[in-house]
Ligand binder design. Sequence first.
Ligand SMILES: Cc1ncc(COP(=O)(O)O)c(C=O)c1O
Length: 509
Amino acid sequence: MSSENGRAALARPQAQPPLQREQARTIFQKGAPGRRAFECPVADVPQPEGEELLPARMRRRRPPALPEVSEPELVRHYVQLSKRNFDLDSGFYPLGSCTMKHNPRLHERVAALPGHARLHPLQDGERAQGALQLMWELQQALAEIAGLPHVCLQPSAGSHGELAGVLLTRAYHEDRGEQRRKVLAPDTAHGTNPATVTMAGLELVKLATDARGGVDVEDLRAKADPDVACLMLTNPNTLGLFEPNIEEIAAIVHGVGATLYYDGANLNAVMGISRPGDMGFDIVHFNLHKSFTQPHGGGGPGSGPIAASERIAPYLPRPLVSCREDGSFALELEGPKSIGRLRGFHGNYGCFVRAYAYIRSLGADGLRDVSEAAVLNANYLLAKLRERGVAEYLPLAYGELCMHEFVLSGAPMKRALKVRTLDLAKRLLDFGFHPPTVYFPLLVEEALMVEPTETETRETLDAFADAIAEILQEAAADEQLAAGAPYSTPVRRLDEVSAAKRPVIRQAL
Ligand SMILES: Cc1ncc(COP(=O)(O)O)c(C=O)c1O
């Protein structure tokens, strides 16, 4: 290249400035041979005569190709990566059904106390009495919230709790000599419900939704037969509506000898107000990482304890934590009818500590306040959106009011402004908001599911309503704008289907 050409190239604006190009490199592409963030001390473990610490057959032929970077490079790399993501600590995250609420920092401090954080999962229960007490008290608190007497903390997520619940139902029926094959779930159900049914080897039967957005009771009556093992339901449902016919539904389900399962993902709307056990549910799962605050998302550790009625209790997974007569605590390992273990050790203990701290710091009245504020915030936002004239393009899919979340339909917006719900969601990123859940529940055309949670201020809710109104206004002036969004994020519009189906999670070196 001549020097003139070189100067011209330098003067031309480059597609990606040098610093951003550098930041886009993977950790494996950074650094230099021999560069270190940490020096390992030389091993001082005495080596037995004639023996190697690690036999040669267990060693790699070549050392692993680890990144060789300095500490500042390492720190910058991960801090830059973290800044490229959207997180709850930087902004509003109204992802419907997921309850992305603020996680009080106090709980992090409690969970990080060495007595909790450094507890070994194989520690003898007699020497971990404090941890067992915490688990037992959490079991008691969750039992009270669910209105069911027995709790097992083991499952690691809501979906894992669902699996436990369906396996419990199967065990209950088999113990009575019945091989029931079908599980009923409404067509608004979260995708994990049908997946759980299939995983448990049972057959899913969908129930229709009626004009109010609840279970179509006549359809239930027609499908409830002696081959039904259980009905899985979330209440409020995924349309953000409380099921007013729940007692009648419970009577129909119990009438054919089936059980009623409560998907507790929406418990944030009813804590301390109504209890699934009182509604007639036999088994409940909690998403500790939603209603009881935990950092979650991105596959992070979750916790999905289950509560059960007396008749289901014998089948609960083991171990359970029990309180002996002398006030000490024990891990109950045996249970002749138990469905067994669902995972190693005792569950995600760190999640138990955070949930326990949350429940204890709020108390019963505080939990009720949480749910009331969550419902108030959702209805406030709904009213604000109506006030801003949004309802013409994004009407509420069912009903007039909502519980802790609501589902809008973007169908009129798509017809009138050529803006799909996906485009609106992407454009919200340019306004600094994480988009709500889109295209779920499936029965709502162009669904937009908004869950503001109780931890957001009125100012944030107003700003969000303003942003939606502004996006609709700009769409009326320029049809293409939303279709190209986002414009301000480190990466623009991604091919999300390929990312999910064909993930490239490592780069060839
Ligand atoms: C209604 C509903 N049920 C079940 C689940 C599954 O919970 P988890 O993600 O903890 O497995 C979710 C998760 O978002 C949900 O929203």
